[in-house]
Ligand binder design. Structure first.
Ligand SMILES: Cc1ncc(C[n+]2csc(CCOP(=O)(O)OP(=O)(O)O)c2C)c(N)n1
Ligand SMILES: [Mg+2]
Length: 419
């Protein structure tokens, strides 16, 4: 089956301007509103290994090659974050099938380079808005594995005290502004957060250069809120990066069958902002694109739309038997596992050795195990938490004349569904 990434897309015209950002030249920044010369789906981002050395000594690829895009420390941070995302999600699958979690659980396996590539560049006061596939975004943003796992277990020690569950990871402390179950629902929230940063800086004259990164899927780009927010973000030059995680599928609907133009990055120039396509299976390429977009936003130069070509390695949710996607397509992307690719890069460029990477893997295994033990041992939320965050003031509905929550009355749920 053809995919958006393998299909030969018609190329129109050739009068448009393509600006190659340099350095790094792995970033193809399309600033024109005209159609591109190259299909961005035809490897618009060059392989990192093909970038030639630009260091003053023309070192021809020596150990201390100055054209490497990361330092050893940065490389290890990226590796650890991606391993954390993968191990955490694998553990979620186990716990879900053991009945420790309820409702839908959507895993992020395969897409780690996008979360890590963007979020590891952010500061604590920058904001992240996610979707229902949100565990890994929360982890990358610094929410602890304990807090995310406990939330999944519905326990009071979870980041939302067990009231949000898998699709609603939120942490005020980390400016993780949520998982959202409805597709597109987070995009206006992210736009609002970006507006807040601009208002603080320009109206309240506060020292604020915070940016917001909004993650969402390809299927979501057929939703009206996306277009409304692109318009407002461009109009107000908001410090926001719209990151499309194009994994080719919206549940069982192929991206090619559901959208009039599969090249999502093109919507950026249509609204007057840069649109960028990047290989979302390569964390270093994602990081370079992210750097440019985040820097633009911090400098007050406005929004960027980034389309990351990625793939999910599991079904849409843990309830999905994943029978619709073609085996050859799955195999093709499995061979491009972003974690394996980073590992290879770190070792080949002598930024890390097998032993150092194994140590990180072991550390993360232990951390995830410990998160499960913690979540399992944590208490369930009390019944009194039931109406919290449902009414601004639960008096008159949730609280009876005796001042106690009505739900604490054993008769409260009599004759209705048990909660
Ligand atoms: C407003 C709304 N309509 C429909 C749905 C049902 N729905 C859940 S996931 C999904 C597909 C989204 O696909 P995509 O945006 O590509 O994200 P992915 O799951 O691939 O990460 C749909 C339509 C929903 N959650 N919200
Ligand atoms: Mg998708």
């Amino acid at each position: 089956m053809a995919t958006a990434f393998s299909a030969t897309l018609p190329l129109h015209g050739s009068s448009q301007e393509i600006v190659l950002a340099s350095p790094p030249d792995c970033l193809l920044l399309l600033l024109s509103s005209d159609p591109p010369v190259l299909s961005p789906f035809a490897d618009s981002t060059r392989s990192i290994s093909s970038i030639s050395c630009r260091c003053p000594g023309n070192c021809q690829g020596e150990e201390t090659h100055q054209s490497l895009l990361i330092t050893k420390e940065e490389g290890l941070v990226l590796y650890e974050d991606m391993i954390l995302g993968r191990s955490f999600e694998d553990m979620c699958a186990q716990m879900y099938y053991r009945g420790k979690m309820f409702g839908f659980v959507h895993l992020y396996n395969g897409q780690e380079a996008v979360s890590t590539g963007f979020i590891k560049l952010l500061t604590k006061s920058d904001s992240v808005v996610s979707t229902y596939r949100d565990h890994v975004h929360a982890l990358s943003k610094g929410v602890s594995a304990r807090a995310v796992m406990s939330e999944l277990f519905g326990k009071v020690t979870g980041c939302c005290r067990g009231q949000g569950g898998s699709m609603h990871m939120f942490s005020k402390e980390h400016n993780m502004l949520g998982g959202f179950a409805f597709i597109g629902e987070g995009i206006p929230v992210a736009t609002g957060a970006a507006f807040t940063s601009k208002y603080k800086r320009e109206v309240l004259k506060q020292d604020c250069d915070d940016v917001t990164v909004a993650f969402f899927g390809d299927g979501t780009c057929n939703n009206g809120q996306f277009y409304e927010c692109l318009n407002m973000a461009a109009l107000y030059k908001l410090p926001i990066i719209f990151v499309v995680e194009n994994n080719l599928w919206a549940i069982g609907m192929s991206h090619l069958r559901s959208t009039s133009d599969p090249e999502i990055w093109k919507k950026g120039p249509a609204f007057g902002m840069p649109g960028v396509h990047v290989d979302g299976m390569d964390v270093l390429k994602v990081r370079e694109v992210a750097k440019e977009a985040v820097t633009r936003a911090r400098r007050g130069e406005g929004p960027t739309l980034v389309e990351c070509e990625t793939y999910r390695f599991r079904g849409h949710s843990l309830a999905d038997p994943d029978e619709l996607r073609d085996a050859a397509e799955k195999a093709k992307y499995a061979a491009r596992d972003p974690i394996t690719a980073l590992k290879k890069y770190l070792i080949e460029n002598k930024l890390a050795n097998e032993g150092e990477l194994k140590t990180i893997e072991k550390k993360i295994d232990d951390l995830v195990e410990e998160a499960v033990e913690f979540a399992d041992a944590s208490p369930q939320p009390g019944r009194s938490q039931l109406l919290e965050n449902v009414f601004a003031d639960p008096k008159g509905f949730g609280i009876g004349p005796d001042g106690r929550y009505r739900c604490e009355d054993p008769k409260f749920t009599e004759g209705t569904a048990q909660v």
